[in-house]
Each structure stands twice: as structure tokens, then as C-alpha cells.
Design a protein around this ligand. Structure first.
Ligand code: 13P
Ligand code: SF4
Length: 379
């Protein structure tokens, strides 16, 4: 394993120091009684110079200041369609801010309020590991028939690899369209980095079988697969997962169904295949919200996704019974790093003409990533 891979493994915990920028000591105290008033004042003074984007997993105190809330697809579209704002303040995680930087013009600056807001799943596929995998596929003579389909939850370097090799990005709301498109372009898919979204979409949406899928383990020679397995597979799934969604189990589903008669189980496709297979409804964060919003009074939902979103839905719909699918509390710790003090800090800094926490993707990486992202937006 390369030293750079070892270093990247710890990246989710240490993005701030790695990128050399810190706001330690400059952050307003979370206990500052004037924090909300400071946020309102800074937001007002930035006016249309700034656009605040908020992913659905953000805390309520941050969502309160978002001009647009959405899933990762909707926020990528919003960034691409934003031409007026000089600053895009991205309240989400690092890969989302990178994608926004790639999709906005050179004059626009994308800001991530806390640079340590990474994504452990995105860190599970490094550029050197993916290049090594592709080399094996080339040596076996199958790379030319393989189309990379890369989940939005990936670094810009992996998106760039995808664009260079004729592939597309997907999100949880368009994975089916992206994989169908890829199978029209080639015979196989290399799906990065979330094995669960890839497997769930292949089997439950495209009607492929579990035997059509193999799992590439980046820590083993040849991904831990035989030449025959690689040649035979239709879908090569990367061995990555989300630690938040990976917690939901079949036991959770059975327990909630026993405890709440008539409950419907609604989960994100990053959950394990055995959970998604028995759920009543499966969808992206935006789809989860639409489904609950459209359901009649008295509906009962057990939701398997990040807790901030589930709690917000429960508050919004007191006429419905909404519970978290797991018994134990589970926030996405990196999404949660962005709080009101960080948002106030970046907004006040911008008001004072001090640009902080800008996310800038290298121009060559951005060029090929844009190709892959644009393919997705056109699907
Ligand atoms: P969405 O694409 O549904 O917003 O999901 C993003 C994400 O990070 C889920 O863990
Ligand atoms: Fe990454 Fe999972 Fe958090 Fe989504 S919920 S940002 S996939 S760690």
C-alpha cells in the first residue's frame, strides 16, 4: 500500500490540518446568546452575493439559514444553475463542495464552513487504488468494455478518473438511469465506491442477479478476485460503504414491524442489501422527504437514514408516527461538524472581505470531473 493511501485513510478525521486552514480560536462560542442575531445580520449583509446550500443531513440551526435544501443531486444542480452568487456556502461535506466548485464558474468561490467535514465512504476509494484496479482490468483485456459509474460520494480525483474513462457520476436519485446508460455504452460497470448502492440498484432496479456482481477489495491483490470472476461479472462493486447507513439491520426492520403494526419501512439505498430488499420504500434523501410529505395523516414510518433528517421529519409531521429505524442514535459525524458557529464564522469573514475555507479543485482534475458530472446532469 502506498504511503499516500495510508495517509488518506485518516483523512476524514484530519481534513482541516491536512489542508492547512483552521478556524480554531476564531469561532464564535456556541453559547454566544447573540449567535442567531449575528447569523441573521451577516446573511443580510451578504445578500445576493452569497448562496447558502444545505444538505438534508445538516443540523436544524444550519438548515434555518439555507437558501436551498436538497439531496446531493439537487444541490449539484443548484450549484450548476447559480450564476449570480459570488460565494456558494456549502453546508454539506467535502465531496459536495468539490462538485459545486467544478460546476460553477471560475469567478465563483465555494466555501465549506468546516474543512473537517469529509465523508468516510468517499475516503474508501483513493486514486492510486482505483488506478491499480483499472490496470488489472486493462491487463485482462476487459477495461475497454467497462464503464465506470461513480457515486457522487467520491473525491474529485475519482470523478476525474471516471470522466477520463468514459464513465458517469450518479447519485442515489439517478443510479438506475446511470447504470442503464453505462450498460448501453459497454458490457460491464465498475461501480465506485459504495458497494450497497451499486448492488441494490443492479439487483432491485435493473433486475440483475447477485451472481452478476463481484466485490473488488482494494486491499487485496487483484481485488481478491480470480480472472474468471472478473471476466464473468457484469458489475464490479468497489468495497466501500457508509458507516451511518451500514448500521441498519434486518433485525431492526423485524423489530420495528413487530413493535408498530402497520409501520412502513423507508430507507436510503446506501443501506445493506438485506435491509433494502425488505423495505417498503427506498430512495434518496429528497425522495424520503417527498414520500413522508405525501403520506396521509396517521401514516407510520420507520426511517433508515441520518438522524437529523428523521428528527426534522418527525417535528414537521406531528400527525404521523415517525421513528428512527435503529434503536441507537446515529448522526453522520462529519455532516454534523458544520454548526451555527462555523456558519457565522464564514459569513462574517466574507462580510469583512476575508475569504476562508475555499474549496478549489485542480484545473485538470476539474476538467475530467466536469465531463463525468455533466454526463450525469444530462441523464
Ligand atoms: P443523497 O444523495 O440522498 O443526498 O445522499 C447523500 C449522502 O451522503 C447519503 O449518505
Ligand atoms: Fe458519507 Fe455516510 Fe455521512 Fe453520507 S451519511 S456523508 S455517505 S458518511
Amino acid at each position: 500500500m502506498a504511503l499516500s493511501d495510508l495517509l488518506l485513510l485518516g483523512r476524514g478525521n484530519d481534513l482541516a490540518s491536512e489542508r492547512g486552514v483552521s478556524c480554531t480560536g476564531e469561532l464564535p462560542a456556541a453559547s454566544d446568546p447573540s449567535l442567531v442575531a449575528r447569523a441573521v445580520a451577516a446573511r443580510k449583509s451578504l445578500g445576493s452575493r452569497a448562496l447558502v446550500l444545505g444538505h438534508h443531513y445538516q443540523r436544524d440551526e444550519v438548515i434555518a439559514f439555507a437558501d436551498i435544501t436538497g439531496d446531493s443531486f439537487k444541490l449539484a444542480q443548484a450549484a450548476a444553475d447559480t450564476h449570480e452568487a459570488e460565494f456558494i456556502i456549502f453546508c454539506g461535506v467535502h465531496f459536495m463542495a468539490e462538485s459545486a466548485d467544478i460546476l460553477t464558474s471560475a469567478q465563483q468561490k465555494v466555501i465549506l464552513p468546516d474543512l473537517a467535514a469529509g465523508c468516510s465512504m468517499a475516503d474508501m476509494a483513493t486514486a492510486s487504488q482505483v488506478n491499480e484496479c483499472w490496470k488489472v482490468l486493462e491487463e485482462l483485456g476487459v477495461a475497454s468494455k467497462t464503464i465506470p459509474v461513480t457515486y457522487m460520494n467520491s473525491s474529485a480525483a475519482i470523478k476525474s478518473f471516471t470522466g477520463k474513462n468514459g464513465g458517469t457520476i450518479c447519485t442515489s436519485s439517478n443510479a438506475k438511469a446511470a447504470m442503464s446508460w453505462a450498460l448501453e455504452q459497454g458490457e460491464k460497470i465498475l461501480f465506485l465506491p459504495d458497494q450497497h448502492l451499486g448492488r441494490n440498484t443492479a439487483v432491485l432496479s435493473l433486475g440483475l442477479s447477485l451472481d452478476d456482481c463481484v466485490l473488488w477489495n482494494p486491499w487485496k491483490p487483484m481485488g481478491g478476485l480470480t480472472q474468471e470472476e472478473i471476466r464473468h461479472a457484469k458489475i464490479i462493486l468497489w468495497r466501500g460503504h457508509c458507516s451511518v447507513h451500514g448500521r441498519f439491520t434486518l433485525d431492526n426492520v423485524q423489530a420495528v414491524r413487530a413493535a408498530i403494526p402497520g409501520v412502513q419501512v423507508l430507507v436510503h439505498p446506501e443501506c445493506q442489501h438485506e435491509v433494502v430488499s425488505v423495505a417498503d420504500v427506498v430512495g434518496s434523501t429528497e425522495m424520503i422527504i417527498r414520500t413522508v410529505d405525501a403520506s396521509p395523516t396517521g401514516s407510520k414510518w420507520a426511517i433508515g437514514t441520518e438522524l437529523n433528517l428523521v428528527q426534522r421529519l418527525a417535528k414537521k409531521h406531528p400527525d404521523k408516527e415517525i421513528v428512527f429505524l435503529d434503536k441507537t442514535v446515529c448522526y453522520c459525524s462529519t455532516m454534523n461538524r458544520i454548526d451555527l458557529p462555523h456558519l457565522v464564522w464564514v459569513m462574517e469573514s466574507l462580510v469583512n472581505n476575508h475569504l476562508v475555507n475555499q474549496i478549489q479543485v485542480d484545473s485538470e482534475v476539474a476538467q475530467y470531473s466536469r465531463l463525468a458530472l455533466t454526463r450525469m446532469l444530462a441523464l
